[in-house]
Design a protein around this ligand. Sequence first.
Ligand code: SF4
Ligand code: SF4
Length: 281
Amino acid sequence: MKIAITGGKGGTGKSTVATSLAIELGKKNKVLLIDADADCPNDHLILSIKRKKIKNVFQLIPKWDFKKCIKCGKCSLVCKQHAIVFVKGNYPIFIPEQCNGCKACMFACPVKAIGKDKKKVGSIYEGKKGNIDFLSAELQPNQPSSEFVINALNDYIKSKNKKYDFILVDTAAGTHCDVIAALEQCDIAFAVTEPTPLGEHDLKLILELLKILKIPCKIVLNKSDVGEKKLIERIANKFKIKIAVEIPYEKSIMESYSKGEPVSHKSIKKLAEDLKNGKTR
Ligand code: SF4
Ligand code: SF4
């Protein structure tokens, strides 16, 4: 079973839930934990896993042959990423950090002056802790999108073709392309949120996305006893989905959280039991 731990808003405790659930499930099952928050991967820190780099991820970028260039500026006109600056009478100037590799400039060039090159956009790491196999994606600083790195991570997982009882995917926050890529082929998603107006707003966004992707979903309500629970209940009713578990704002949980450790709490144990017993479907 492939389970996404996701959420529209950052800082709601996704990584804490994902790592704690991995520890709980890993007591008796084979678990793969994937940290797909490539902008800010931190599950390995919470679990004290020493990561080993297994792969660099590259993305195609254009390469100019100025001997052929006739300074027409068409490449700059078609670049939606504003990665090509063109000043009349000059050769185009390329800003590689902006480029997403769409190849539009290559097709637009009338004299085939643009060939292919590549840039490093990130890396994939692996590690292990007990029954938990661990993979994590990390975006290279200055790169605009982690989608390439997440897609490379998905390809790597498929190529390994290893069997697990549970695959947990800790996605980035939000509803961007990298989150969509991380949600690929997940059987169920837990949307982690907190009972605040911001939590309510961003929960709505991720639930809309999960509805479009047709991924069944349940809510994990973190810090459930502070703020206004009815805000989240209202959204749950609107989308006709259940709150799978409530994690209270307790001292022991906050202590684990502040130390960057996984949480051992009855709410996480319940979630793990429900998953093992198929009650989350
Ligand atoms: S490949 Fe696409 S994004 Fe990159 S420079 Fe060319 S047109 Fe712009
Ligand atoms: S489209 Fe081709 S010829 Fe025109 S400016 Fe760009 S590289 Fe040069």
